[in-house]
Each structure stands twice: as C-alpha cells, then as structure tokens.
Design a protein around this ligand. Structure first.
Ligand code: PRX
Length: 631
C-alpha cells in the first residue's frame, strides 16, 4: 500500500528534536514543506503574515484550494476502495455501516448538489444539529465542498442555546434529524429545532435526515427530508475554489462572559495542521483502524474524527452510542469488533468506566490496540494508570493531548511511542508550537520547575482567526492579557524534566466532563427563573466529571432547587445542569460589589478550614451562613 504520509510521520525521538528545532528556527520553511504535499489549485504568494496585537493572522496567503479535494478526490486513485468512515450504531444489534472513500465522495457531492439546489451559496452559514450518524460528516464536508460555512451545534444543546447560535451567525439553513438514539433513550431532535426556529427569522430551509423514524412536524415550504433532497441529484460536484483564508467553519464555545463565542477556523491552515498533528500524535499508518469517541459537535470531533483522519486517508470510526450501553463494556467490545488500533477518548469516560470495575474489561481482548489517547481535561494519575494498564495493557503509549477549540488541533502531547509519556503530563509541544509559561506580569518563566499561565508566542496554522461577528472580543479574550502572545486561559507547570503539565483553567470557565462551561453563562440561565434574585456559580472537584457545577442562589422562595436545575437545562442543555444548588441569604461581596468566588469555590469544595483573606468582605456574616447551609 502506497504510504503518502510517510515523509511527514516523525519516527524517532532524535527526529522529533531536529524537526522541532527547525520548526522554531524557520517556521515558514517548516510548514511550507508539509503544505506542499497537498493539492492546491494555486499555491501561496506568502506563507505567513501575523500580528498578535490586532490580531491579524494569515497563513498561505493567496493560495486557492478546496479542502474536500484533499480529503476525498485526492485519495480516489490509490485509496478509493478503502474504508473512510466506519459507523457503529447505538444498538449493537444494528449493522455497522462501512463507507469507502469513493462512496463518501459520491455522498458528499450529491448532498452538496442538494444544498445548492436549496439555495445555499458560497459564504452562507449552515447549522448542523445532528446525531452521530455518517450523514453528519457528509453534511460538514458538503458545506466545505460548496464553500458554505458550517457551524455544528452539539445535539444535546437546548432550543434556546441553538437559537442563539443560529442567530449569531445568521444561518440560512439547518441540517438536522428526526430524532437521536442514545443508550436506551430516543431523543427528540427535530422538535428542538422547531422550537428554536420560532426565534430565528434567518433560516430558509431545514433538511431532515431520517434516523429514528419518529413522527415529526414538517413545515411546508421550509422543511424537506434528506432522502427527498438528494433523490434527483448527481453524485458529481465541481468543488468551489476557496481562498486559504476563507472561513471553513464556526464553532461556538464558552468563555468567561455570558455569551458563547463563535471561534472561526479557515481552510488552508486548518487543513495542514489537523493532518500533521493527527499523523504524528497517533502515529497512524495505512491499514490502521482509528477511533475517536468524541461527538462531532465539539472541536475534537471536527479535527480528529472528520478532517484530520480523512486528510490522512485513514479509516475513522463514528460511534452513535454511549460508553455504558448496553453495558459498561461497550467501548471495549467495539475495539475488539472493529480491531481498533488507535483509541482516543476523554478522562471523564475513563473514570466512569473505571467505577464499573474490571469485569466489563476482562471480557474483551483489546489486543489490536497500539495507541490510546486522552483529551478534554486534565487526566488524574489514578485514571491515567488504570487506562494505561487495564486498557493499554501497559504496552500502548498513552497520549495526553492538550489543545482547545481555539487552537484547532493538538498542541502539547507525546507522539505515540516516539516521545516519552509521563502520567498526567501533556508533555512536549508538537513541532511548530512554541508554548511559554508566564507570570502575572507576562514575564516568561524559563527553565524547569516553574508554574504560571500558559501562552503561545508564535502562530501555528490552525490558530483561530477571529470570533465571528466580534473581532474585538477575540482580541480581548486571547491577545490582550499579555503583550504579543496568545493566552490559553490555562495554568501550566514545567516540571524538573521539562515536561508540561496542564493545571486547568485560571479564568471563570469550568470543565464538566470535558465540556467547557462559562460560569457567567450558567448564572444567566439560572437568573431566568422568575424567583431568582442573584446567583453565583463555581466549579468543584467531581470524581467522575472532573468538575461539577455548584450554584449559590439568592431566591424569593424555598424548595425551588430542582426548578432551577430544570431552568438551566432548558436554557442551555442537560450538560449544564448544576450538580448542587444551594439557596443562600446573601453572597460574599467585596466593598465594590464583586462576588468573592474564591470563597465560594472553597465552600463548594468542602475546604473551609482556611478561607484566606476575608478582610475586604462587605458582609462576612454571610459566609458562616453559607457554610452551615452547605452541610
Ligand atoms: O482547560 C483545557 C482543557 O480543555 C480546554 C479546552 O476546551 P475545549 O475548547 O472544549 O476543547 C476540548 C478538546 C480539545 C483547555 O483550555 N483541556 C483540553 N485538553 C486537556 C485539557 N486540560 C488538560 N489536559 C488536556 N489534555
């Protein structure tokens, strides 16, 4: 089998060091060499132009391409009959579906034609609110084919959250399904879209993929079935020519302010970086079967289920179900069934499965696994060891991959089997990535054994370009905390061996089961309850989820804790439901009226022995009350 990826796969520690040094000494030459291996309609006039202060970052200036020609058409001569997507349905009794590169190419072209026939043009925004079926990937790629900008919204978000995102990007079309199978449940999807669209006037057409065959309302003139939309469409489509810096997609993510922001990624740089990072972190080789358990609604699903793997000509598994259905051995059963070689999941799933004991693991061989990976939150040492020993059988390298929606691809991680792994350490930066640790004043902390805020001092191809419709917000959030640096929002430590350990968020963002949640966003949702006066939300350590959500609420009525949780579920989605709601008489505030979250975090974590300096508190008496109430 011809291996077109070989020249870019780093194969030894010394090669990593050489490549890394080269990537820092001459980043443009480094990335140009990788970019040269793709099909461009026209090559760049210039590799990079950047200014972190604006911010204004452009890669491969003047180049023309279509990313789908690189992940579909390019593979047809040599790999057309190879598996591109292997779909494992929710119910293990339902047959998996195998889609070759040739078939995927036809499906994408056909659906692209259907979208054009329904009025979508280059530059239009399209919302994808779909379950984990191959058609979700087809939808993303069809958008990319015709130059429409996709914005996938995780299908667990509520109609309110969906409507906000549709309106923010002024979407013309929504792609969805009738329903969604998740474990033993059948979940309504189309009804959520119908509710959301009551608040959106921009959407002209809705295309509905039939999955659960549940009865749904179809609005005449607006809604049509996916199977009807593609019926008379050709399965050939001439891809739209895109500029390297044209938008590929928008993905909404939470930050420290109330409103989620639309992180923007563009065609050329995202393509080069997701391909390169996929290949090197997972050490994917032709013929391997790769499985990432994320949902396409998150950046992990974008970069490492769809774009990265397909660009590398890989076989990528899409899984519709949940780790515990029909039992806690499902992941391992699927690994054996499809002879998975690279397995990539989240610490929260590992901890949840660990809690079920070893019985569900022992039933499966897991002997096809070569690499295991972790993403989304810090992996604690206990979970790391369990995953490494029980699943990786001590022989598979475990890659702890640190990155963000904004970074587009994996930034800090071991390269499987090439660079060393160390429990709970993301370890070393990928070639082309220049992370630094800074103190509060932005001074670089050099050498080992240092701890501070994690920044990146030089652009990489898949760095976010803007936040949709609000460039100033992008500047304020990522490029203003420190001069001439991208600020990640995470704390990090470089240990005595020089390996990086991510310490978690240093801003008002909490990470619940690997999902980012802004505390202000949850507070806004709680405040929608008519009886709520004020609220403050903090994270607390949670055995399975990593962090849980604790809400302190001043309310005009007692006994409304459950109603408050339901309000959040309605406003954002079940993933944002607070684990704890405590009704309080007041919130600890400074004289200037700022809530002292530090104190609330301590109370929520049951760590009240030393509350630190409380001398600036306006109402110290309230703290005692809250502590009493928390017990
Ligand atoms: O705090 C870091 C944490 O997840 C944040 C990014 O969240 P999101 O944009 O939703 O992307 C998640 C998937 C890439 C980061 O700021 N995070 C992600 N991966 C790790 C991590 N924290 C520690 N270790 C990781 N491997």
């Amino acid at each position: 089998m011809k291996d077109f990826t070989k020249p870019h796969r780093i194969s030894s520690l010394s090669e990593y060091t050489t490549k890394y040094d080269h990537s820092v000494a001459d980043p443009e030459a480094f990335w140009e060499e990788i970019a040269n291996s793709f099909n461009w309609r026209k090559k760049w006039d210039k590799i990079l132009e950047w200014d972190f202060n604006s911010p204004d970052i452009k890669w491969f200036l003047g180049a023309k391409l279509n990313i789908t020609e690189n992940l579909l058409d390019r593979h047809l001569p040599d790999r057309g009959d190879q598996v591109a997507i292997l779909w494992e349905p929710n119910d293990p009794k339902e047959r998996p579906e195998t889609i070759t590169y040739k078939e995927l190419h036809r499906k994408v072209c056909q659906f692209a034609n259907a979208m054009i026939a329904n009025g979508v043009e280059k530059g239009d925004r399209v919302i994808i609110y779909m379950p984990m079926v191959p058609e979700a990937a087809v939808a993303m790629l069809a958008c990319a084919r015709i130059g429409a900008v996709h914005s996938v919204v995780f299908a667990g978000f509520s109609s309110n959250a969906l409507a906000d995102r549709i309106n923010d990007c002024d979407a013309k079309m929504v792609l969805t399904s009738d329903g969604n199978f998740r474990g033993a449940k059948t979940i309504d999807v189309k009804g959520v879209v119908d509710d959301a669209l009551q608040k959106c006037s921009c959407v002209e057409k809705v295309i509905v993929f039939q999955r659960t065959k549940t009865e749904v309302h179809m609005e005449i003139g607006r809604d049509l079935w996916w199977h009807d939309a593609i019926k008379d469409m050709s399965d050939q489509n001439e891809a739209e020519e895109m500029d390297a810096e044209d938008l590929l997609f928008i993905l909404y993510t939470s930050g420290s302010t109330g409103k989620p922001k639309g992180v923007v990624h563009t065609c050329g740089g995202y393509m080069v970086y997701t391909y390169y990072s996929f290949l090197n972190v997972f050490q994917y080789k032709p013929g391997d079967m790769y499985w990432c358990t994320a949902d396409v609604g998150w950046i992990t699903g974008h970069s490492y289920i769809v774009y990265g793997p397909l660009l590398a000509g890989a076989a990528t598994i899409m899984f519709e179900g949940v780790p515990t259905y029909p039992d806690a051995g499902r992941f391992w059963e699927v690994c054996d069934k499809h002879q998975v070689n690279q397995f990539y999941t989240a610490p929260t799933a590992i901890r949840a499965l660990q809690a079920h004991g070893l019985e569900p693991v022992r039933k499966h061989k897991l002997d096809s696994l070569k690499v295991i990976g972790s993403v989304g939150e810090p992996i604690n040492e206990e979970a790391w060891h369990w995953y490494h020993e029980q699943i990786g059988k001590g022989r598979c390298p475990l890659v702890d991959t640190w990155w963000q929606t904004e970074t587009g691809g994996i930034m800090i991680s071991a390269l499987a089997g090439i660079t060393p792994n160390k429990p709970a350490h993301a370890s070393l930066p990928l070639p082309g990535i220049q992370p630094i640790i800074v103190d509060a004043d932005g001074n670089e902390l050099e050498g080992n054994n240092v701890e501070g805020n994690l920044c990146v001092k030089f652009p990489w191809p898949s760095i976010l370009r803007t936040t949709y419709g609000d460039h100033e917000r992008c500047k304020q959030t990522y490029f203003s905390a420190y001069n001439n640096m991208y600020f990640t929002g995470d704390g990090a430590k470089r240990d005595h061996d020089g390996y990086l350990r991510i310490l978690g968020r240093v801003d008002d963002v909490i990470n619940v089961s690997g999902h980012r949640m802004g505390t202000a966003e949850v507070e806004n949702a709680i405040n929608e309850h008519a009886k709520v006066v004020e609220s403050a939300v903090v994270g607390f350590p949670h055995d399975i989820k990593g962090q849980g959500i604790y809400a302190f609420v001043i309310a005009e009525a007692d006994g409304i804790e459950e109603e408050i949780r339901e309000t959040v579920s309605k406003m954002i989605g079940p993933i944002a439901k607070p684990d704890q709601v405590q009704i309080v008489s007041g919130l600890p505030k400074t004289r200037s009226g700022k809530i002292m979250r530090r104190i609330l975090r301590k109370i929520a974590s049951k760590d009240t022995s030393n509350l630190g300096d409380t001398s600036t508190l306006l109402n110290p008496e309230v703290v005692e009350d809250i502590i009493k109430g928390s017990k």
